[in-house]
Design a protein around this ligand. Structure first.
Ligand code: SME
Length: 185
């Protein structure tokens, strides 16, 4: 049987294990390996982001943690909306295109529609902007502040159909933590 890529990332401190059991019980969640992987990761992210209010610092650390922790991804980072254009922010991965107009590419479309876009095959997405030829699937989560798009979190994967609903839920919660703990202006 192939090794489950999530299992090697699960390490429990006893405190986290107790919090996790309570969390799973409250949510009546099925304890799939992926949810077991994401629950403590979200706790780690909260602890990492909470002491700092600077948005650039928190984007940098969030991108780094996601890039290090998530299996099968080749890019993780932010674009920030400045004067109506998405401008490259802190990221991990290969150098990327710097400016993306609203409505363009996966990032610009997610920002314009103010909704998360999960793209199972980027080559089938009209207008996809290829920053790294290795990317095959992508998820973009908008960062919303005071009802407006402040930026987007973008994750790319070399694996087709890499992101499912569980990944989407976790990334939305990670973005919520970033919004909660950062000064956005
Ligand atoms: N693929 C994105 C562009 C950003 S890079 O993937 C880092 C898009 O189509 O908007």
């Amino acid at each position: 049987m192939p090794e489950n890529p999530y299992l090697k990332y699960i390490s429990f401190g006893s405190k986290n294990a107790i919090i996790l059991i309570g969390f799973l019980y409250n949510k009546r969640m099925t304890s799939t390996p992926k949810t077991l992987f994401y629950a403590p990761l979200l706790l780690r992210l909260d602890a990492l982001l909470a002491p700092e209010r600077d948005a650039v610092a928190n984007m940098a650390n969030l991108a780094a943690v996601l890039y290090q922790a998530l299996p099968d991804i080749n890019w993780a980072g932010f674009y920030v909306l400045k004067n109506g254009v998405l401008v490259l922010g802190p990221f991990q991965g290969k150098p990327a295109c710097v400016r993306i107009a609203l409505g363009k590419g996966v990032c610009g479309t997610a920002a314009a529609q103010q909704k998360t876009l999960r793209v199972p095959d980027v080559h089938a997405f009209a207008g996809h902007i290829a920053c790294d030829a290795a990317s095959n699937s992508e998820i973009v989560v908008p960062v919303l502040h005071q009802g407006r798009v402040w930026g987007v979190l973008d994750i790319d994967s070399p694996v087709l159909n890499r992101f499912d609903e569980t990944d989407q839920n976790f990334l939305k919660q990670a973005v919520e933590k970033f919004i909660q703990h950062s000064d956005l202006r």
